[in-house]
Design a protein around this ligand. Structure first.
Ligand code: GTR
Length: 359
């Protein structure tokens, strides 16, 4: 048995390539299987999102030309849409390379409202010819215990959707996608719109791309537990840890898997698989044992066959676990393992920017 097959065998993962009734998953029925995976992830882990609004309106609150030495313009936008309980709106910072069209475009879920920011080196990203739309996550749903009384959580019946905040942040990324698709913006290459985030927001980026097929790529940096890392056999953070500290990130049911991970009818490879046949870029850091780089890598190994089945290249690696400095990007799943700690660094951004340029 190959090294990777042996590692995956030990994890004893729920089956991806067969339906519950035992019939095989094929290219023809893949969308049905994908819908099933999404249903399981919604009911067991992240909760359900409300239907997409019919229309997203945009207001330009501020326009600044000639920023970044003249290389970009910066717009402060406000997006608004109707919810079950009236209008909801949130700010988005838009940074567009001057005079460029057909730009690869990053929708970035970020921890801070500042641009540039330690996690968002805007000038370097612009220098790759990419546009940026920054969402500040607390503008969508407060990242703390508030009994779902504020932000977008308050705009829908909690009992009806039972969504956690990861799903709410992902929902906001899709509203930015609505704006990009509306034709109002003249710069994006609609076939190269990417959703990106770090850590908890890397989890949200994966959720956004899994549910919204308009995203060509998800860049999930150090997303680890309940993100890109396999839960079964995972080191570092476990379901019991994450639901204790951050119960509001998930639906109620997920909490019941604390200490019962092997009983989950899914694992995180379902989340990656739901992005197929589009692309996924995973970033890991050597000292980020809480996220567990090996379990992040093995998740990619576990789903590679989905892309193969769909006639695309999946995850192309040597038959071994990852080593520091590794970067595997020849297929539709990219993985890099950089040295250092849990962080969204310039080095990580360089990986994501070069990959988006290959799309
Ligand atoms: C940690 C959490 C991780 C990760 C991280 C982050 O405390 O346990 O799952 O999401 O926060 O978002 O920085």
């Amino acid at each position: 048995m190959s090294v990777i097959s042996e590692e995956l065998f030990k994890r004893n993962l729920p089956e991806l390539f067969y339906f519950d009734d035992g019939s095989p998953v094929t290219p023809e029925n893949w969308e049905a299987r994908r819908a099933q995976l999404l249903e399981i992830l919604s009911s067991e882990e992240y909760g359900f999102a409300p239907p997409s609004p019919e229309k997203v309106n945009v207001t330009v609150e501020r326009h600044e030309d000639g920023q970044y030495a003249g290389k970009a313009c910066v717009n402060s936008l406000r997006l608004s849409f109707e919810t079950d309980r009236g209008e909801f709106s949130f700010p988005v910072m838009e940074i567009v390379p001057t005079g460029k069209k057909n730009c690869p475009t990053f929708v970035v879920l970020n921890f801070r409202a500042d641009v540039p920011d330690k996690y968002l080196p805007a000038e370097e990203i612009i220098d790759y010819g990419c546009a940026i739309l920054r969402i500040y996550y607390n503008d969508i749903a407060y990242d703390g215990e508030d009994d779902f009384s504020g932000g977008i959580a308050a705009m829908y019946d909690r009992g009806k959707y039972n969504w956690g905040k990861l799903r709410m942040w992902a929902f906001a990324a899709s509203r930015v996608m609505d704006y990009l698709q509306s034709g109002t913006a003249d710069y994006p290459d609609l076939s190269r719109i990417v959703v990106a985030g770090h850590s908890r927001l890397g989890k949200a980026a994966l959720i956004a791309a899994a549910f919204d097929t308009r995203f060509a790529l998800a860049c999930a940096n150090d997303s680890g537990c309940s993100g890109d890392a396999l839960t079964r056999g995972k080191k570092g953070e476990r379901v019991g840890d994450i639901v204790k500290t951050f119960p509001f990130w998930f639906c109620e049911k997920y909490k019941s898997y604390s200490g019962r991970e092997t009983e989950m009818p899914f694992d995180q490879h379902f989340l990656l698989a739901a992005v197929a046949p589009r692309r996924v870029a995973l970033g890991a850091a050597l000292e980020d044992e809480w996220a567990d780089p090996d379990s992040q890598y093995l998740s990619a190994c576990a789903v590679s066959g989905v892309w193969d089945m769909l006639g695309r290249k999946g995850f192309i690696t040597p038959d071994r676990l990852p080593l520091p400095g590794d970067c595997f990007s020849a297929g539709c799943i990219k993985y890099h393992l950089r040295r250092g700690r849990h962080f969204l660094s310039r080095e990580d951004w360089q990986h994501y920017c070069t990959y988006i340029l290959e799309l």
